[in-house]
Design a protein around this ligand. Structure first.
Ligand code: BGC
Length: 309
């Protein structure tokens, strides 16, 4: 097992679902599947900004908070770690000044709600900051968000990631706050033209269809990217968590399996924990319609023989 968060999977498109996008029901059985397959961690992306007041005090809808609680408990009850983030708060990247007070108010509420309980729950401050949240602006906002958490929850593990959509190449620009309970994260989708071929939300992605992955040069590129990130982590004394990595369903299965297995194995060899993007929708390692793991992806992530039925 890897240190820290170990081997994880994202329950993407559940509590973070966008209108009109794919949707994963947060079914208790899925937590059973994840635990019995051998994962250690569930990352629960949460779109708090769609479920909170738009004027001060920006109160989170209690019914929505109860849904998040149910997800956290479902993970923790099965011995899994949970990571809860702020996901798809796009306005933080397009209008950070206007949204900062609300963003900080969300973290004050979330932290106060979980303070003093659920030690296996970690917080991740913001998924993929980008746009106007430049590296330097993000460094300030991140420190403010961490302070908002620390006001009520001094020892919670907090996951921080770099600007530029958590690109590992932006790690050197990340200012790491002085705090004893941090994990650094980045997202790995390189080469993007392979992992996002055919992805409807990415302009030009239709033109990438048919790209394969797996030659020596492909492997060298991944190895170099991850080694650079690992060196940064060592320099800062921070554990690293690859909070998202995955290839969209339009890519050929053999290449997806090769890429997923390679990234996973390299990350583990470098002592990183990870969470595959994602469990059961358009990158899905699990097929909810048939109620089974997609064996090539399960094997790429966890190795070994398939679990007995
Ligand atoms: C986004 C998803 C997207 C995935 C891969 C995630 O951070 O929330 O909508 O499918 O990244 O691009």
């Amino acid at each position: 097992m890897q240190p820290g968060l170990g081997r994880g999977i994202n329950f993407g498109n559940a509590l973070d679902a966008l209108p009109g996008g794919p949707r994963l029901p947060l079914d208790e059985r899925y937590f059973d599947e994840v635990a019995s397959a051998g994962f250690d961690t569930v990352r629960l992306p949460v779109r708090w900004s769609a479920h909170a007041g738009t004027t001060a005090p920006y109160t989170i809808d209690p019914a929505f908070l109860a849904r998040v609680d149910a997800g956290v408990r479902a993970a923790l009850d099965r011995g899994l770690n949970a990571v809860v983030n702020v996901h798809h708060y796009q306005e933080m990247s397009t209008a950070p000044d206007a949204h900062l007070p609300r963003f900080l108010a969300l973290w004050r509420q979330i932290a106060a709600h979980y303070a003093g309980r659920f030690g296996q729950l970690s917080f991740e401050l913001l998924n993929e900051p980008g746009g106007r949240l430049t590296a330097s602006r993000w460094n300030t906002v991140l420190a403010q968000a961490l302070a908002a958490v620390r006001a009520s929850d001094p020892e919670r593990t907090v996951v921080i990631g770099p600007a530029e959509h958590n690109d590992p190449r932006a790690l050197p620009a990340l200012a790491v706050p002085d705090d004893a309970h941090l994990v650094a994260s980045f997202h790995y989708y390189a080469p993007f033209g392979f992992t996002h071929q055919g992805a409807g939300w990415v302009p030009g992605a239709e033109g990438w269809l048919g790209r394969s992955w797996g030659g020596a040069a492909d492997e060298d590129a991944v190895r170099a990217d991850l080694a650079r990130a690992a060196a940064w982590g060592r320099e800062h004394g921070l554990p690293l968590f690859v909070g998202e990595f995955g290839a969209f369903q339009a890519a050929a299965t053999d290449s997806r399996e090769r890429w997923t297995a390679f990234v996973r194995a390299e990350a583990e060899a470098l002592g990183m924990s990870w969470a595959y993007w994602e469990f059961g929708t358009d990158f899905g390692a699990f097929d909810p319609a048939r109620g089974v793991w997609r064996e090539p992806l399960r094997r790429a992530l966890l190795g070994g023989a398939p679990p007995a039925p």
